[in-house]
Design a protein around this ligand. Structure first.
Ligand code: SAH
Length: 196
């Protein structure tokens, strides 16, 4: 059966919000992800002052790391609680503004201006709203997307990338019959066919 056992599973936005409310956020890594440190050079490729995108960002501490290195960080997350916790836990002042193009969406931006976090669904974004990116850190994002939305997610991500951008993708390898996800198991052949 393999990954087929997960293909019809759907986690709703409401369920994600509840995970944040109840503190069921085992995916959050307080110390940040060792693979970003390991592959930082691949992401940056000798460049500075990049625009880096964090899809389904949660309160990933790596956003602070990259901002502190002088890059400009943009994230998107449905849970406003997650975004507020991010700014609070790093003692970063921020301001909030509506996003005119997306009804109900908000942008939370650090006062220093280098971290902009959109509170809405990633599917509401487009390059005309957020621009294009030089780098993407995809950890807990493709693997958190509902399997039925993977193609839509990847085609959107493709439209948000500059020509010479780098995309770091973290996936998890396990027997999909033993765990219902998320994180979902996305086999390597599927990643190849999604990103082409
Ligand atoms: N990338 C983060 C969070 C991973 S968990 C990290 O590494 O810690 C996945 C996150 O995606 C959750 O915080 C969830 O609230 C958010 N999410 C789920 N569906 C989303 C969607 N359609 N648009 C934006 N955020 C979403």
């Amino acid at each position: 059966e393999g990954a087929g056992s997960q293909k019809d599973r759907v986690v709703t936005e409401e369920e994600w919000l509840q995970k944040w409310e109840k503190g069921n956020i085992g995916f959050h890594k307080e110390q940040g992800h060792p693979l970003l440190q390991k592959y930082l050079d691949v992401l940056l490729n000798g460049r500075s002052g990049l625009r880096i995108f964090f899809p389904l960002c949660g309160k990933a501490v790596e956003m602070k790391w990259l901002a502190d290195m002088g890059h400009s960080v943009v994230g998107v997350e449905v849970s406003e609680q997650a975004l507020k916790e991010f700014f609070a836990e790093h003692n970063l002042p921020y301001c909030e503004e509506p996003v005119p193009e997306i009804s109900g969406a908000k942008k939370l931006q650090s006062t220093s201006g280098n971290i902009s976090l959109y509170c809405c669904s990633i599917y509401d974004l487009s390059s005309s709203i957020v621009g294009k990116f030089d780098g993407v850190w995809d950890r807990g994002a493709l693997v958190a997307v509902n399997p039925c939305d993977r193609e839509r997610y990847v085609s959107l991500m493709t439209t948000l990338m500059e020509k010479n951008s780098s995309y770091l993708l973290v996936t998890v390898s396990y027997d999909p019959n033993k765990h219902k996800g998320p994180p979902f198991y996305v086999p390597e052949f599927e990643i190849k066919s999604l990103f082409g």
